[in-house]
Each structure stands twice: as structure tokens, then as C-alpha cells.
Design a protein around this ligand. Sequence first.
Ligand SMILES: *Cc1c(COP(=O)(O)O)cnc(C)c1O
Length: 398
Amino acid sequence: MAKDNVHPWRAYGLQTQSIRAGQARTPENEHSDPIFVTSSYVFDNASQAQARFSGQEPGNIYSRFTNPTVRTFEERLALMEGGERCIATASGMAAIMTLCMGILQAGDHVLCSRSVFGNTILLLKNFMSKFGVDTEFVPLTDLDAWRGGVRPSTRFLFLETPSNPLTEVADIRALADIAHDAGALLVVDNVFCTPALQKPLALGADIVVHSATKYLDGQGRCVGGAIVGREELLEKHTYPFLRTGGASMSPFNAWVFLTGLETLALRMAGHCDNALKLARWLESQPGVRRVFYPGLPSHPQYELAAKQQSGAGGIVSFVVEGGQQAAWNLIDSTKMVSITANLGDVKTTITHPATTTHGRLSPEERDRAGIDDGLIRISVGLENVEDIQRDLERGLPS
Ligand SMILES: *Cc1c(COP(=O)(O)O)cnc(C)c1O
């Protein structure tokens, strides 16, 4: 990716970047981004092949390493996150795995929020542990636990904010200070906010990871992921693993994500609008015991979220009176919203965390994680909010 001083898009706003950055027109002068469907690239002669393979000459060799459509996506997302470099991956989990394999070694320690995506916990607990990496899990918003948890061997701190499904908000700047004081990196999974609402790198984080599957696509079509950060950090540690390990993004998926990015800021504004209206309405319903949404003054980190994010996001969770039976009844009474685990889609989706995403936990573990049997998570879509409301109202306990 081009350096700062020659990169014209760095001076532009996020929406402009999301629409225009990263595209290198071919001699055909196409207006829309092309999809480069090719596994390898042709060399002019044997000596050029040698120069490319040895790294003396930059350029394409093979699409596991680089692909022009994927590179456009990488440059665009890097700019939007305010990072120097982005590495696109086959999925969000591939991004986290690539990061782990690229920068960790036996004897290293990872300090991770307890409230992260379930597969992130499994990756660290069941797989990275096989290679001698020790992970400790701490409560997301407890700064003392983070401070007390770092060790000399801690390589990075990892978190998501807001968390899923309870939308707890972590103080990124404070955690960056804790990480840096300990000589460790801060990694933030920015899936819930996207760069349209939150820029962790500007708040002191070193690396951002994404599941492009969610809001970056925004229409529930493709699986993909990304790592964003400093050139030196990603070039030395994570890119070499990606091109060798092979969890690369497909050009078609990159093209879908490029079209998704074009409307990201507009969609996020719409998700925030609908979510706030829905959260306020839910809070006024007698059958609802509690609503979790960072845009409500009743949220424990309302002020931090207002300071750190430019919008409260599209995820709203709430607890209905009557436990699992009542929650399932509400879910099964809906006619429009989709019962599916994906989030960040223009279509509203609904899940029951206690029996799906958090179903593997024991009742005690769920209790400790705050996952009530009556908890419902909504990824608020862009339908008319009155229609979403009507769809949920039908099954609300009165
Ligand atoms: C979905 C998700 C992931 C994993 O992404 P995939 O694209 O499904 O592999 C990681 N983190 C968060 C917060 C997610 O929501």
C-alpha cells in the first residue's frame, strides 16, 4: 500500500474514502471496481519471475499472496480505520487466527476479555494453548482486573467493544495505556461499531480486527475478515503467516465487501437510528425487565460510549419477564424478523443467546456472564422501525 505522503485519500472524509479509495483503474478505464478472477499472474520473462519471488521486485505472483480486488478492499479499509496497512482474510476468525499465529510464540501470554465472540475464546483456549500460549480471561469493564492480569510475557490484550450480547463498553484509551505500560499490544475487534462509529487506532489501540461478514458487507452475503494496523507490525508478523498459512480472502468476496463499504456510513447511521428508537420503546414496555443499549442513559457506560463512539450501534438486547419460555415465545411469534445468528445485516435478526451462542456454557457460567434465560438479542436492521416494533410486540409478555 502506498505511503502516507503519496496517498491522496488520507485527507478525505470517511464516506469519500469508502466510495473511492484504493481503486487502481486498468487500461479499460472501468468506473466500477473490477473482480480479478485469477489464481496466478504472468511474468514478462524468467528473470522477472526470479525478481518477484525473491521480493526484489514488488508485484503479483499468486492470489494467496496478493490480488488487485483484495488489495483495493485492503487499502480502503486501512484508510477508513486510520491504519497504515490492512490484511484481508477468509473470515473474521481467520483474521484472529492469522494474528495469533503471526505474533505469538510458546511461552507468550494473552489477556482477553471474557465477553468476546465464542469462537475467539475457543481458538485461544483449545488451540493456541496447544502451542504453549496461555490465555487468561478478564471482565471487560474491570480495569483493575486488566491491570492485575498483565504479566511480563503478555503479548497482547484482546477485546470487543461494545460486547455481545450485553453491549458493555470498554475504555479503549485506558486499556491501551495498560497494554503499553506492560510492553504489550492492544487488539480491538471492531465488528460492532465499524470505523463509521469508532476508530480504535486513534484511541491508542495497535491492531483492529474485523469480521467483514457483519456490517462491512451489511447484507449477509459473504464471509470475510481483516486485520488493520501499523505497516511494520503487520508486514513483519502477520502477512508472512497469511501468505504461507493461506487464510486469504477470495476476490469475489472482496468485491462484495467493496460494494458494502460504499454504503457503510449511511447504513450505520440508519442502524443507530432504528436501534435507539427500538431500545427506547422496549424500555417502556411492562413485559421487559431490562434493555441493554449504549445509547440509553440507563446504560452503565452511556457517557463513555458517547465519548468514544459517534453512534451507539445497531445491537439491542433485552430481558423479558418469564425466562426462556417467554423469550422463545416472543421469538416464535415474530413474522418478519429473521431467527438467525448473523448480525449487521439490513434485515433485522433475533437470537436467544442462552440456548444458542452461549448454549455451551453451564448455567453457572451463563449466570456469571450475565446471560439471563429471558435475554433476547436483536441486530436491528433498516426496515421501518414501526414494523420491527409491531413484529416484536406480538410476543411481548404483558
Ligand atoms: C462474527 C464475529 C467474529 C468472527 O467472524 P467470522 O467472519 O464469522 O469468522 C469475530 N468477532 C465478532 C465480534 C463477530 O461478531
